[in-house]
Design a protein around this ligand. Structure first.
Ligand code: SF4
Length: 179
C-alpha cells in the first residue's frame, strides 16, 4: 500500500524558529491540496472510481476534492478514449483552468490512442494540450494512477515559482496555440 508522504521542506532550524524557501512552501501546499478534474470518457474512468473509493482513497494525498468546473481545478486527469471530435472540447476545458495547472494522461488511450489506431481517435491528448505525466496501462490499475499522482506531486513541489511566466513556458503554450 502506498503511504502518504509527510516530508517537510528543507529547513534551517534555529532555537524556536525554522527558515526555508518560499518556493518550497508554496510547492508543498500545492502538492497536498490538489483539485482534480476527472475528464473520463470510458473504461479508464472506472479505474479512477476505484482509486477514489475507500481501499485506495485518493484523499490520503489531499486530492479528494474533485472539481467538475475547470475554473476550480488545477489537475486535469484525462481518462479514456478521446475521439478527434472531442479534442477541441478537451482543449477548451484546459484553457478554462486557471494557472498553475497540470495534466495527467491516464491509460494507453489518453496517452497514445491505445489500441484504437483509427481515423476517428486522437492518437494521444498531447496532440491538443501539454501533458505532464503519462500513466501506462490498459487499463492502468489504481496503483498506477496513484503513482501518477505521486509524480505530479513531485513536479508541483519542485516547480520554480517563475516557471509559468518564463519564455520556455510561453513557447510551449504557443506550440499548442494557447494564448
Ligand atoms: S486504455 Fe484501455 S481501459 Fe483505458 S480507456 Fe483505453 S481501452 Fe479502456
Amino acid at each position: 500500500m502506498i503511504k502518504k508522504s509527510t516530508e517537510t521542506p528543507e529547513m534551517y532550524l534555529g532555537e524556536g524558529f525554522g527558515l526555508t524557501r518560499l518556493d518550497k512552501v508554496v510547492g508543498l501546499a500545492r502538492a497536498n491540496s490538489i483539485w482534480p478534474l476527472p475528464f473520463a470518457t470510458s473504461c479508464c474512468g472506472i479505474e479512477f472510481m476505484a482509486t477514489m473509493a475507500a481501499t485506495y482513497d485518493l484523499g490520503r494525498f489531499g486530492a479528494e476534492r474533485l472539481s467538475f468546473s475547470p475554473r476550480q481545478a488545477d489537475l486535469l486527469m484525462v481518462m479514456g478514449t478521446i475521439a478527434k471530435k472531442m479534442g477541441p472540447i478537451l482543449k477548451q476545458v484546459y484553457v478554462q483552468m486557471a494557472e498553475p495547472k497540470w495534466v495527467i494522461a491516464v491509460g494507453a488511450c489518453a496517452s497514445s490512442g491505445g489500441i484504437f489506431d483509427t481515423y476517428s481517435v486522437l492518437q494521444g491528448i498531447d496532440k491538443v494540450i501539454p501533458v505532464d505525466v503519462y500513466v501506462p496501462g490498459c487499463p492502468p490499475p489504481p496503483e498506477a494512477i496513484l503513482d501518477g499522482i505521486l509524480k505530479i506531486q513531485e513536479l508541483m513541489k519542485n516547480e520554480p515559482l517563475n516557471r509559468r511566466s518564463s519564455e520556455e513556458y510561453r513557447l510551449l503554450m504557443d506550440k499548442y496555440g494557447i494564448d
